[in-house]
Design a protein around this ligand. Sequence first.
Ligand code: A4P
Ligand code: MG
Length: 487
Amino acid sequence: MDKIIIENLELFANHGVFPEETKLGQKFLINMELYLPTRKAGYSDDLTESVNYGEVSHFVTEFLTTHTYKLIEAAAEQTARAVLLHFPLIQKLKFSIHKPWAPVGLPLSDVAVEIERGWHKVYLAFGSNMGDRRKYIEDAVEELRNLEDCKVGKVSDILETEPYGGVAEGAFFNGCLELRTLYTPEELLEKLHAIEAHGNRERKMRWGSRTIDLDILFYDDEVISTPELTIPHIDMANRLFVLEPLCEIAPYLWHPVLKKTVLQMKQELKGRKDIVLFDLDGTITNSKEGITKCAQYALKAYGIDEPDADKLEFFIGPPLKNTFMEHYGMDEETAVAAVAKYRERYHPTGIFECSLFDGVEDALKSLKRKGYRIGLASSKPEESCRRILEHFHILSYFDEVVGATMDGRIDSKYEVLQETIKRMHIYDTTEAVLIGDTRFDVSGAKEAHMDCIGITYGFGTKEELQEAGAKAICDSIEEAAEYIERL
Ligand code: A4P
Ligand code: MG
């Protein structure tokens, strides 16, 4: 980190064990390294974005000349603390106090104490299941706020939770908070115990009922294992009543032992769906224009004239070959040739005759930010899928893009989903959900043992989606994303 250095600040003060030292005083030299980000001030050239080293020097001189300590250890400790409390931009401080005239009766040139002190980022969990639970929690948080060496940051909502562990009786109120503190972990634990004691907490039984319980979850990224203290909290990953509120205030906090974020721990514990697959046509892109125009082009080659695009909507979704066979009575060979004709127009032109549905990019962004893995599973040829996603600048949201193969090996939705499962290493299909707009999506997902959320703004009807067994029906992509987050 950046630092501001102050060297050999000289002052005359009265620290020492001997009475003459406190009476007569002597010379002290102070060295400091103030750790703070200086980049903003570096660019703005504005002193208010940094710490004024003159002010710090005067502050330290004033502090050490108006207080008297027997030990230079105490002088260093108290001065460093005062500097950190007075100058909030300083995150860490290296401080040394030198006493060149130390009366030891031997010729020495200097004696000094050097310490490093700073603010630490801590996350605490609180819980109560006795008496006025909310009041016990509020009082404890208030007490923390009143500690000069602690600055309470974000506080989560309070959740009501079922007792965990089989000992305590009665629902808990639980939550978490963020704290910056100058205390060491042991000192902080002592303060927490004192606060618990003020809240009439009695320790009768491990994991028993309690008026107020305060646990340290994280202390910076330190790993501590002593008889008194285990940090990170040993049982955190098994406790939804900790992970839920913690996720609200610090979803990406990194567990230094388990090597996971809080969000990941929560998802694993909940066994929640964390893979979202999207259909393309009718779900992400409105491709009606391109598809129907290419269908008209192909049909024309077989003497079929259909000027009304609305009557060709059934081309959107299912594999093209099937559509030519089912709707126009073509045999397989003719249908394959018709598909080739269709693609003759599609590749240069039709592919881009489409638009993104409203809210698609926001939904992708939001799911990605929340840690979901995202895949595309479409019956369109894979190369076309990529080109379309790229064209709309949304390809980077997708961890995997799976489409049909030109040789017909992968064609139906089920086959596409099977390939997606393989490529995305989906070991348990209940972890994934497909968002699609037609019954082909719902039935393909069903075959692959996956839930499907049907959206109604595409080409399928609400009734067909329901009938096929969609897990939920949503009217917009935002609604679908929100629904998934609640699963
Ligand atoms: N200790 C070690 N590490 C820590 C740490 N990271 N933070 C030591 C705080 N303390 C830590 O704690 C026992 C000793 O653990 C402390 O003296 C400290 O030296 P305690 O608070 O006296 O005893 P306890 O709380 O009964 O035991 P423990 O194991 O801390 O229980 P927990 O973990 O607090 O669990 N169900 C719901 N829904 N919500 C709850 O909040 N809480 C518990 C208690 C059980 N079931 C619950 C809830
Ligand atoms: Mg406890």
